[in-house]
Ligand binder design. Structure first.
Ligand SMILES: Cc1cc2nc3c(=O)[nH]c(=O)nc-3n(C[C@H](O)[C@H](O)[C@H](O)COP(=O)(O)OP(=O)(O)OC[C@H]3O[C@@H](n4cnc5c(N)ncnc54)[C@H](O)[C@@H]3O)c2cc1C
Ligand code: FES
Ligand code: FES
Length: 495
């Protein structure tokens, strides 16, 4: 057991032996370090005003990622370097991304500016050359600005590359930083309390995590904290014991076998995107539209499943593709089809002290096509109103297998069993599809809420199936927004 969390604040070591386990990185920066350049806007991961960059050793290099400090817990910094807007200018000289913002008039009130600067800084570490406009939009989708407008900021993103953004202290100091971070890392479970009963625990191995969670089933597990963080900042929950899973290397594993992609529960969207897009381009595109770069850098697929939300994006995708969920409690393991995990609203087939270990996603079989569509009010950085994911096997023009999974249509992510039956064994024709669309009304009675009315949801769900039919029978018809072209691009672990 190690009784301290240790990290680098820029290049200064920090060792913390006592803190509130749900203190956020943002509160720590502003209230403890008095570094107030990082701003608080929404405090829920939406606006990007709090964007900071966290660097971690990976494959002998440093990997820099933009994250939302407002929903990251302080203890998650263990073994990492935290970089804020205060750390970019060195020896009185602005960093290239800051200078480019000045030169291009990229800031007015400036409340959002530190967050934009940090997103741009992370971008320059991720891309060797100025990325195209669509990628810059994607990089900036998690930063909101109400005054300047985005055009000057997007221009600054490109102009930063003319100022050699990597010709900086972070590049010259990378080897030294790597050595310092490597020295901070170990296999011990971290345990730091607040001086009272509350504590932050961070095991480094799956065995330790499973044993710890079995012993403390009342604890709150936290992976990317893009859901758990909001329970703290918005619902004022203060769990006594927080177990962070982000140090467990086994959970971050992403492996490809002859039959399946094995996705550890702690794999982030950013890491999963490239491989999922390779085998399931539509899955890649939906994942690219989950939250923002900041959210995808920390949010995990395991967290998206475990929270059981009926509007989580990955469950319908994975259910349609026939994924299997693997759970573990102590030493006991069990597996089930993912759709069976979701029992009713807020209730999943998970025992106290049982964790999600991994997901097996079968590689797409021959003669099977996969389509997925997310409908939300905004194209990027928005929560789903309806999501349809379809996996259909068609042999000699006849549907031999149909898996239609929807999000936002019921109290859980759910298959449309009656519509599937209406398709199976039938010719893949407009008449068959229209019958299945009608049958969807017996499969679902969607709710009305502020995202969409029940009637809208039903119409959208039906039309998504029709869209799938058009795309597979008449590919020349243009059914996609231009942004969808990013599907195959995806920044993965190697940036
Ligand atoms: C601004 C913003 C935008 C978002 N946009 C989207 C979106 O477009 N689409 C979408 O689907 N979601 C979205 N989300 C929700 C969230 O990002 C996802 O649900 C994410 O996948 C959660 O993963 P996490 O690692 O952050 O989970 P956490 O917040 O760490 O945990 C979520 C839940 O899972 C549990 N948990 C975590 N890991 C395990 C495990 N291994 N075993 C058992 N339980 C576990 C936790 O205890 C908690 O109950 C958004 C959130 C924010 C803040
Ligand atoms: S304060 Fe808005 S994303 Fe953090
Ligand atoms: S400059 Fe005012 S919010 Fe961006």
């Amino acid at each position: 057991m190690r009784g301290e969390v240790r990290f680098l604040l820029d290049d200064a070591p920090r060792r913390l032996t006592q803190f509130d386990p749900t203190m956020t990185v943002l509160d720590y920066l502003r209230q403890v370090e008095h570094l107030t350049g990082t701003k608080e806007g929404c405090n829920e991961g939406d606006c990007g005003a709090c964007t900071v960059v966290v660097a971690k050793p990976q494959n002998g290099r440093l990997r820099y990622q933009a994250v939302n400090a407002c929903i990251q817990f302080l203890g998650t910094l263990d073994g990492c370097q935290l970089i804020t807007v205060e750390h970019l200018a060195k020896a009185g000289k602005l960093h290239a991304v800051q200078q480019a913002m000045v030169d291009n008039h990229g800031s007015q009130c400036g409340f959002c500016t530190p967050g934009f600067v940090m997103s741009l800084f992370a971008m320059t570490r991720d891309f060797d050359e100025a990325p195209d406009d669509a990628t810059i939009d994607d990089v900036l989708a998690g930063n909101l600005c109400r005054c300047t407008g985005y055009a000057p900021i997007a221009r600054a993103a490109q102009a930063a590359y003319d100022l050699a953004p990597r010709d900086d202290a972070f590049t010259t100091g990378e080897t030294e930083t790597l050595e310092k971070l490597t020295a901070l890392r170990d296999e011990e479970t971290v345990e730091v309390g607040d001086g009272g009963k509350r504590r932050f625990l961070a095991p480094a191995s799956l065995d330790d995590l499973a044993a710890l969670y079995e012993r403390h089933p009342e604890a709150t597990l936290s992976a990317g904290s893009t859901d758990v963080g909001l329970r703290v900042t918005k619902q004022m929950k203060r769990p006594e014991t927080l177990i962070y899973t982000g140090r467990v290397t086994e959970l971050a594993r992403l492996e490809e076998t002859a039959e399946a992609i094995e996705i550890g529960a702690g794999v982030t969207y950013a890491d999963a995107l490239a491989i999922l897009a390779q085998y399931y381009p539509d899955m890649g595109e939906v994942i690219r539209r989950i939250g923002s770069v900041q959210i995808r850098n920390t949010g995990t697929i395991g967290g998206n499943i475990a929270n059981g939300s009926p509007i989580g994006d990955s469950p319908p995708l994975l259910i349609a593709a026939g994924a299997t969920l693997h759970l573990r409690k102590g030493q006991a393991r069990r597996s089930l089809p993912l759709e069976d995990f979701f029992l009713e609203y807020g209730k999943q087939d998970r025992q106290p002290g049982e964790l999600v270990e991994r997901i097996s996603l079968p590689l797409p079989p021959e003669d099977t096509f996969f389509r997925a569509y997310k409908v939300s009010k905004r194209f990027d950085q928005d929560i789903t109103a309806v999501l349809g994911a379809f996996s259909l096997t068609i042999e000699d023009g006849v549907v031999t297998s149909a898996r239609l999974a929807y999000g936002g249509m019921a109290a859980t992510p759910k298959r449309a069993a009656l519509a599937e039956a209406a398709l199976t064994g039938q010719p893949w024709s407009e008449a068959t599809v229209k019958r299945a669309m009608a049958v969807l009304e017996a499969d679902f009675q969607p709710l009305t809420d502020w995202r969409a009315s029940g009637g809208y949801r039903m119409k959208a769900a039906q039309n998504l199936l029709y869209r799938c039919f058009i795309e597979t029978t008449d590919p020349a018809v243009d059914t996609r927004l231009a942004g969808a072209a990013l599907a195959g691009v995806g920044r993965g672990a190697t940036g």
